[in-house]
Structures are given as structure tokens and as C-alpha cells.
Ligand binder design. Sequence first.
Ligand code: NZQ
Ligand code: ZN
Length: 391
Amino acid sequence: MHDFVYHNTAKIIFGKNAMEKIGKEAALYGKTMLVLGGGSVRENGVFDKTVASLKENGVEYCQLWGVKPNPDISKVREGVQMARNEGVSLILAVGGGSVIDTAKAIAAGVPYEGDPWDFYGSAKAPEYALPVGVVLTIPAAGSESSMSSVISNEETKEKLSCTAECFLPRFAVMDPQNTYTLPAYQTACGASDMLSHLMERYFVTTECCDLTDRLIEGAAQTVIEFASKAIADPENYDVRAELMWTGCIAHCDILDRGRGEGGRGGDWASHQLEHQLSAFYDIAHGAGLSIIFPAWLKFVSGKDASKPAQFGRRVFGITGLSDKKTAEKMIENLEDFYRSLSLPVRLSEVGIGDENFGEMAKRALAAKNGKIGSYVRLTERNIKKIYTLAE
Ligand code: NZQ
Ligand code: ZN
């Protein structure tokens, strides 16, 4: 196990009475800017509850609506102007990963003189940001307790991430009841994303990380068990609670500590390859991952089947087969899981052809300075091969 530091500022306020506590947390900072998506929070009452709690605690606020899934930098720029004009001290995201990532980008953009897009895909991570709070409505991206923000640029067809300590939210309010209104497809996409965050961290070559291996395996089994239950019974509190907590645990970085150089480890190639799909085709992140992850596993199992086989034995209970055969069976089981949630597992199922494989491979590598993958380091040719395996 490698040396590591673990530090996470996100205070998690979880449960049926969590919404009442928003105002008290926000009051610690002052005037608040709410960042919101396309309207689901108005329909399901989350917006009204948030505002009621702010008013009860005397917190002034302004509102920025209209963040779309795969959020665009133009909304960030609009938010930076609003936050400056209104003189806010807290950016409060009310929504999912897209809204939270936009809130983080705005928070870093306010004290920065240049364009916030400068931070994305470059080594220039922001050092300062306004405090960010979260009211989470979809368990998926894990942005409520992560250091990352992922933003798209529609003009250049890029989707890039930025990781910075100042992006860590100060608090995240998580009431599983707020996820009852999630459509089955969004519930499934969220499950796919959180399972991917677990698997990305699992596939490392570091030895002696047994505790985190087993925590990841347990969390993965939880996602696999509870995703279909949530779709079958959307208003089951305990089922929604299991998924919501797992989504947060999967991406709060505790599961990658000690697993690689610099104290954190993970592969993340599938995410890089998926971000190209989202950038070129505006596909939901979780649906892109259910296509890419099996293809990536097929490719890397050809080089080293040991870790996929361990995952297959421990998570899916596969016995009596060689590493190679166990890995193959594990990938079949994973695809069956995605299919059971009506998620796509091939590019052809979502109408994507091979027209951009070359450009997407180039851009994926460029976004990470030519270094993608740690379980297996990928070349441009390898990446094209993985897209081909996903056809
Ligand atoms: O637009 P609204 O009204 O908010 O509706 C959303 C949106 O249409 C809807 N929704 C959310 N909560 C709902 C609801 N509908 C009904 N009831 C509710 N309770 O769901 C749709 C998807 O929302 P979005 O925020 O896009 O979903 P998600 O949380 O999956 O976020 C995806 C984004 O996060 C990025 C992805 O790349 C993608 O851009 N990621 C961010 C990460 C991070 N910051 O750490 C890591 C991830 O790997 C990921 O890359
Ligand atoms: Zn993800």
C-alpha cells in the first residue's frame, strides 16, 4: 500500500429531515446563489423546500436556472457574472452532477480574472473558489463529495475535467426521498456511473490493498442489488437510501487511497473514452459507460485477466474457471446487469458509428497529456480498438 493523505471537507447531512438543515448551513456563509437544472426540482418540491429553509434562516438568495446535462461552459460564464453582480458568498447546487459541476466552475470563476474554461483539461487547477454547497437529487456522479468538475464546450465539442481541492463541497444535503421522482432511465444511468467509479478504482496493479478491494466489491454488490429494486419500487426509502449513500462513497476518494503512486490509484481510461462520446454525441454519461466499460474489460483482460477474474469471483460468485474464462464470464454478467436496467451495451444500440473513432482517440489522449490508463496504459491504437470492441 502506498502512503496517502485523505481529507474531505464535505459534511454529509443525510436522511428524511436533511432538507430542513439547508438554511442553517447556508447561513454560515451568507448570500447564496442557487444553481439549478431544467425544472425537475420545481416539479418534485425540492426547490420549494430549499427556499423555505433559506428563508427560515434569513438567507438572501438569487437563482441561476437552466443547467443542462453534460453542462456547457456558457452557463458557467453566465453564472460567474451573476455571482459577481449579486455579491454572493455561497454557491448552492440543487440537482445532480451537471448542476454541481457547474456550481464548482462558477465558484472558481468568480475570484479568477480569466475565463473559467482555462481550468479545464489543463494543469492550471484553481487554488481558490467560493464555498460550494449541494442539495443532491440523483445518486450518480458523486460530485457532492468529489474534487472534480466536468464541463463541456459545445463550440469545440470538448468535454474536460478539472480536479482541485477547492472544489470539495462544504456540505451536501442528501434526502433519498428527493430521488423518488427519478425516471427509470436516470436511475439506471446513475447506477452505471457509480459502479464505474468503483471499478475504475478497483483496476490497479498495486498489491496489498485488500481492504479497499473488499470495500469496493461490497459497494459494487450493493449497486447491482439495489438498482433494479429502485426501478421496480421507486418510492422505497431504504432502497433509494442504499443507492444514494453508495454513490457518495463510490466517489469521495476514500476507496482509492493507497492504491497508486501519489497515494491514490485508479485506471480511469473508461471515463476518458466515455467523455469523448458525451462530447461528440451528447449521450448520458452512465449510458456511455455501460457501453465502454465491457469493451475496455475485454481489451485489458487480453493483457492481464487477474483482476477482472478476482472481481468476477468475489462480486458475481463465479467459480471453477481459469482467470481468462472467469474474466469472460464476469464481462457477460456485467453486460447482463446493464441490459436488465435497459441500458445500452453497444454503440450501434444508440446509433453511433465508427466515423469519429480516430478523432475521439486522439482527443482522449490529448486531454490527459498522452497518458491514459494505469491497469493497462493505452496507445491511440488501443483506444480505437476499444471503440471497435464496443461497436
Ligand atoms: O435538469 P434537471 O431538472 O436537473 O433534471 C435532471 C437531468 O435531466 C434529472 N434529474 C435529476 N434529479 C432528478 C431528476 N429528474 C427527476 N427527479 C430527480 N430527483 O436527471 C437528468 C440528469 O441529471 P445530471 O445532473 O446530468 O446527472 P448526473 O448526476 O448523472 O451528472 C452527470 C454529469 O456529471 C459528470 C458527467 O460527466 C456528467 O456531465 N460527472 C461528474 C463527476 C464529478 N464531478 O466528480 C464524475 C463523474 O464521473 C461524471 O463524469
Ligand atoms: Zn462517472
